[in-house]
Design a protein around this ligand. Sequence first.
Ligand code: MRU
Length: 347
Amino acid sequence: MPVTTIEWKNHKIRMIDQTRLPTEEIYFDIDDIEVLAEAIRSLRVRGAPAIGIAGAFGILITVHGYKGSDPLELLKQIKETGDYLNSTRPTAVNLSWAILKMRKRAETLKTGSLEAMRQGLTEEALAIWQEDRDCCRALGRHGAELLRDGSTVLTHCNTGALATADYGTALGVVFAAHEAGKRIHVYADETRPLLQGARLNTWELLNEGIDVTLICDNTAAFVMQQNKIDCVILGADRIARNGDTANKIGTYNVAVIAEKHNVPFYVAAPYSTIDFNLANGSQIPIEERAASEVTDGFGRKTAAEGTNVYNPAFDITPNKLITAIITEHGVIKPPFEVNLAKNKTDV
Ligand code: MRU
């Protein structure tokens, strides 16, 4: 059974602390927006769909913690919470997508009773959570068709149940193929600097009994040159309407070397990750993170004191390097601008 990454329980957010994996499996409860913001910033909860759900549940903390009696006053507080949570991590569009959904629902409820507002928003947040679970299962099934018995898949960053409400995106494809009886072997990039591949993918895949070989990020070209990789499947934090894709730093490296070695390069993501407001990837904001993630990553100093560091958390892969985008609506091929738009729905 995949892990329950995040849920709404007893008017609190319950989540697994991903910074403690793979050595400790610790769940904790949150009923405070500051604590939630810290959990998102420090990657206790992470992965684009999972932080979107955290944002929606964050609105519920405000809704259920509201002690007044005025729905319009609560609406104002919901907007403030949304703005604050939106500022925690800028790249994954799922966060602002989920918060916008909650705000729009709140707008429709502002003239009713407070109780109706509480109930309506709780339903909306749980629907966002459930929709992500359904999308992951659906895209997993579509993507699994691309894999045969014996396929070898290279992954970058964690895209499993830990990054979503359940099951995962790119790893969801692997899980679905495995459940269909295909033997799949995963080569997992360790994913420096925070090692989501090493810490989280190995943990999830081994829990499901799937073969995984951990490689340093800089081994990816060599394993492709050795013909060990049938395809790359990884996730996305934001996809522009032309298919340009922001994902964990190092994704672009993998795309370039996959093209060089004629290895298909698939992005797996739900439609909530597509930002139709953006024409191309150059408009996607890229989060920069602390230098200490690079210089102090292994519990010791790994660079001389005073070293300059550039630590973007994501990069942009141009659409021309992407073979197809695996979504809940099927496997979308180029031209992405035209084909992604066919399943577009309004928030
Ligand atoms: O910084 P992180 O760990 O939140 O980055 C996550 C990724 O880059 C994932 O690949 C992406 O969110 C897709 S998860 C289904």
